[in-house]
Design a protein around this ligand. Structure first.
Ligand code: ACO
Length: 377
């Protein structure tokens, strides 16, 4: 039966899902039916993760248990630390994260994805250990020792402590918590779809997450947050934003952090993150990058508004991480630490009614060509 070919599968449903929903015309994002604006104010990353994974907000005792389970699984084997030590110091942290998550699966080899209990513990381990791996690589690659997690610290506090060996101020942990909530899930994006394709083969969750990490790394997806900060640094001052954008657009180049396959208005996550920036800069001093970003957004509105291209989640997140002192190439690993919640929620969902992904293609090659011997080519 002939089908229309839709490049990038734009608009083609790849799954039925109750995890999250985007209204791209009105700029609304809901996790399990709850608006992200409300979750950012009232929830925490781990509570939101529970909501995504299990479909509802946890009771107090369910949340306590989930937090305890995650807290007690933050440690990583010394062999994983050794593996990270052996990686090149100039390697990209997303590659280090991908290698370490693939290796994690060798330590927890429960391959039966029909075992619900095993799947719960795999999800807990992945959520718990990604921050430990990210923080460990950040330190190890500059020659510092890994700082093991501390059970008395909450999720975001512990991550920042493992990075810096200092207890962070509440403003930093609260900011990171909101960033993680906003990056935790976003319907059928490239990395979630990649994970589902892998999951459809009944591969183990470490392999599923490893493949999603690979897809997230690309500059058209999660990798854009790094490029935004590099672009803002290159522009340097608000006055240089307009000539920069005009030159890029004349050369048919994309402006990083702008545009989205689904949103035809400003991404609601960008709006929230902009508010986070303002609060952060009021309390901790401003960032020159923010002034440049505001002008880029304003000029882009004039130059690209007709095409409905506005800031996406990656536009303001990098400015926040930069202010937190996080190195640019660690922005996407932070994204992965959050998005693992969404990947696993879709994995749980898919396992309930799995069908191997095996799409079709439109063959455009030749048929019945003769094999020409090498000496006659
Ligand atoms: N800057 C300039 N022009 C753009 C941009 C942009 N950032 N995004 C889209 N356009 C233009 C395209 O040039 C194209 O114009 P044309 O019709 O005149 O040729 C039109 O808008 C449609 O662009 P596509 O790339 O076909 O649209 P798509 O739906 O594939 O775009 C995407 C989505 C890939 C995110 C795109 O907007 C982009 O490349 N943005 C920059 C990278 C980025 O910020 N990625 C992060 C996305 S959010 C996330 O993944 C977490």
């Amino acid at each position: 039966m002939p089908h229309d070919f839709l490049p990038g599968l734009a608009g083609v449903p790849a799954a039925k899902s109750a995890v999250s929903d985007v209204d791209g015309q009105r700029g609304i994002l809901e996790y399990r039916g709850i608006r992200i604006e409300e979750l950012c104010v009232k929830s925490s990353f781990l509570e939101t993760t529970h909501l995504l994974l299990f479909g509802r907000l946890p009771t107090k005792s369910e949340l306590d248990r989930f937090v305890e389970d995650v807290t007690h699984h933050r440690r990583i084997k010394y062999r994983i630390v050794d593996l990270l030590k052996c990686l090149p110091e100039h390697g990209h942290p997303m590659d280090a994260l991908q290698a370490a998550v693939a290796a994690l699966g060798m330590f927890y080899p429960g391959r039966n994805v029909k075992d619900i209990d095993n799947n719960y513990w795999s999800a807990v381990r992945l959520i718990a250990k990604l921050p430990t791996i990210v923080a460990a690589y950040a330190r190890l690659r500059r020659g510092d020792e890994q700082i093991p997690p501390r059970d008395d610290l909450d999720f975001c506090e512990d991550f920042l402590y493992m990075l810096t060996e200092k207890l962070p101020e509440p403003v930093w942990t609260e900011t990171l918590d909101v960033c993680l909530i906003l990056h935790a899930e976003h319907t059928m994006n490239a990395s979630t779809f990649t994970g589902l394709v892998t999951a459809s083969t009944l591969a183990d969750p470490y392999t599923v997450v490893t493949s999603s990490i690979g897809a997230l790394k690309g500059p058209l997806h999660g990798g854009a947050n790094e490029e935004v900060v590099q672009m803002l640094r290159e522009i340097g001052t608000p006055a240089r934003a307009r000539p920069y954008l005009e030159r890029k657009l004349k050369d048919k180049q994309k402006i990083m952090g702008l545009g989205h396959r689904v949103y035809k208005v400003k991404d609601p996550r960008a709006t929230i993150l902009q508010g986070v920036c303002e609060r952060l800069f009021r309390e901790c001093g401003t960032s020159p990058l923010y002034e440049v970003a505001l002008e880029v957004e304003r000029v882009a509105g004039e130059l690209l508004g007709e095409k409905k291209i506005y800031p996406n989640v990656d536009f303001y997140s990098g400015i926040i991480y930069d202010k937190m002192g996080i190195e640019v190439d660690f922005f996407t690993p932070l994204f992965a630490m959050a998005r693992v919640a969404g990947w696993l929620a879709h994995w749980f969902e898919q396992l309930r009614e799995n069908k191997l992904f095996r799409p079709d293609q439109i063959y455009e090659g030749e048929h019945n060509r003769p094999y020409v011997p090498i000496e006659k080519r």
